[in-house]
Design a protein around this ligand. Structure first.
Ligand code: ADP
Ligand code: MG
Length: 562
């Protein structure tokens, strides 16, 4: 038997993990399952590519069992690639990744500070020492005959030896693979429990591509409630269906819809979805769904984000609002990255370059898809706009970089179109010499449609957008232009350009005495009285000076105490 020292950094890491991560100790199951899944992935690849292994019968699976009692244990076993003595010493005695090594060199030893940083890398195998006072690893590498036994209490040393012929544990490996036996400590004994294990698996590893089996003792009862004996049951505990990783062409519409239900907590249907499998510098998969009906909490500040983050099919979080911009909070789905570290923390996620790239690419893709649907499937787009026009408008002032795209996507009511119209459609309908896009804002559609301000525009056959959504008042003035055309509110004094308001000098002269009288009567209550050509049937109307805030803005500012 050979005794080895852990590399110094492993010692530091072990210390750190046990002192900083104990509140998340359940993750050791996720980490062990994820390693098994990696080992199965690797062997699967070899059986597909290595001539020597092509004939091998390979039924990849992960097996978990546990023992309660005085010596509680949790055991995770896989029939994956396996490790020989050199692999064991290298993989479970050192930290191979140079980035991690450099990172650990920077740690301060102050567990409070370090715990914020530790999320930057996968804590991996060593996290099992949070819940174990000893770990035995039995492993046989594919193509080799010897089963090796690695053992450690996680305190500085580990041993490696050939497993003896009479070693009952080693015998449980009947081919290549790895069996990891955690001897649970006080902190960990709660995990020698069927429900605990099932819950952690469901939470983190449900979509691992391989089947996970759990073996437990089941007590049987007769109809009188008398115990009739025990039975050992082995049951699949994950859905083993990382749908998003499957090739798009192999997934049926029905499967997409089923999956939507399983992740959205929505009994209804998705309106449409967008599945992207990106390869290249960054490898990731995204599957986003637009619910047919907007999530009930969409307009609450405390909404629950609908996108789950996975790293290599391992669940990371479903509570991260930064995965997509807030105005896309109605989307449901998954992001699965091949490049992020497993234990990526919230702080790290928000400034992580990989995550930023995925997020930006996703927003571009999503907005492009909305645009495509608007063009190719107007009926769906109409349904979409009825639910999501408002969050998209929010995007107009929160996501400046996508302002152009969002301007194509939002819709408004209009004096000329049935239902909703786009700015592009308005532009097409503009009169040959029309100088601006006109709109009127307010809170009641019928009042706006009957406003005296619109009379002259109607007479001249100029279209006016009817903006009765309270967010329009905040968003639209900030847009200034659509492409090259100015956007102008009809209740602003400079909006008369197309009505030749300024040109009529003679009228101005004729009406001067009346204007002066009215001005005098109104006194300080108005800034100025002017002759207008804007009106057709009504005698007067109130407008706002170009440089002043509009009525709605004024009352909003008043409400805010300004
Ligand atoms: P990571 O998974 O990020 O590489 P871990 O600490 O989780 O880090 O695991 C360290 C290494 O140990 C793995 O990269 C792998 O080479 C090896 N290993 C761990 N568990 C297994 C397993 N079940 N089968 C084969 N190799 C394993
Ligand atoms: Mg790992």
């Amino acid at each position: 038997m050979a005794t080895h020292q852990f590399q110094t950094e492993v010692g530091q890491l072990l210390h750190l993990i046990t002192h900083s991560l104990y509140s998340h100790k359940e993750i050791f199951i996720r980490e062990l399952v994820s390693n098994s899944s990696d080992a199965l992935d690797k062997l699967k690849y070899l059986t597909l590519t290595d001539d020597k292994l092509k004939e091998m019968s390979f039924d990849p699976k992960i097996h978990i069992n546990f023992e309660e009692g005085d010596e509680p244990r949790v055991i995770v076993q896989d029939n994956g690639l396996g490790m020989n003595d050199a692999d064991l010493s290298e993989n479970l005695g050192t930290i191979a990744k140079s980035g991690t090594k450099a990172f650990i060199g920077q740690l301060t030893g102050d567990s409070k500070k370090d715990s914020n940083l530790i999320g930057q890398f996968g804590v991996g195998f060593y996290s099992a020492f949070m819940v174990s006072d000893k770990i035995d690893v039995y492993s046989r590498k594919v193509g080799e005959e010897i089963t090796w036994h690695w053992s450690s209490d996680g305190k500085g040393e580990f041993t490696i030896e050939k497993a003896g012929d009479d070693d009952a544990e080693a015998d449980k490996l009947d081919g290549p693979g790895t069996r990891i036996v955690c001897h649970l400590n006080e902190e960990g004994k709660e995990f020698a429990n069927r429900w605990q294990i099932q819950e952690v698996i469901k939470k983190y590893s449900n979509h691992i591509a391989f089947t996970i089996f759990l073996t437990y003792e089941k007590t049987n009862y007769d109809d009188k409630g008398e115990e009739t004996g025990k039975e050992t049951v082995t049951e699949q505990v994950n859905s083993a269906n990382a749908l998003w990783k499957r090739s798009k062409s192999e997934i049926s519409e029905e499967e997409y819809k089923e999956f939507y239900k399983s992740i959205s907590h929505d009994g209804g249907e998705p309106l449409f979805w967008l599945h992207t499998q990106a390869e290249g510098t960054l490898e990731y998969t995204t599957l986003f769904y637009v619910p047919k009906t907007a999530p009930f909490d969409m307009n609450y500040a405390e909404y629950k984000p609908g996108v789950k983050l996975y790293v290599r099919r391992v669940f990371i979080t479903d509570d991260e609002k930064e995965l997509l911009p807030t105005y896309l909070r109605f989307l449901k789905g998954v992001i699965d990255s091949e490049d992020l570290p497993l234990n990526v923390s919230r702080e790290i996620l928000q400034q992580n370059r990989i995550m930023t790239n995925i997020r930006n690419a996703s927003v571009n893709k999503i907005l492009a898809e909305f645009k495509r649907i608007a063009l190719e499937d107007p009926d769906s787009y109409k349904e979409f706009i009825e639910q999501y026009n408002r969050p998209l408008k929010e995007g107009l002032y929160t996501d400046y970089s996508h302002k152009e795209d969002l301007m194509e996507l939002v819709r408004f009511k209009s004096t000329k179109a049935e239902g909703y119209t786009s700015l592009a459609e308005y532009s097409e309908r503009m009169l040959p010499d029309q100088k601006a896009i006109y709109y009127i804002t307010g809170d009641k559609e019928s009042t706006l449609r009957n406003s005296p301000l619109l009379e002259a525009y109607k007479k001249k056959d100029i279209e006016v957008l009817i903006m009765d959504d309270d967010i329009d008042e905040i968003v639209v003035p900030g847009l200034m232009k659509y492409k090259e055309t100015d956007l102008k509110a009809v209740n602003r004094s400079d909006a008369g350009e197309d009505l030749n308001e300024k040109a009529d000098k003679k009228k101005e002269k004729d009406t001067k005495p009346v204007v002066e009288k009215v001005q005098k009567a109104l006194g300080d209550r108005v800034k100025e009285v002017k002759v207008s050509v804007r009106l057709a049937d009504s005698p007067s109307c109130i407008v706002v000076d170009e440089s002043d805030p509009t009525f709605q803005m004024q009352s909003m500012m008043k409400a805010m105490g300004q």
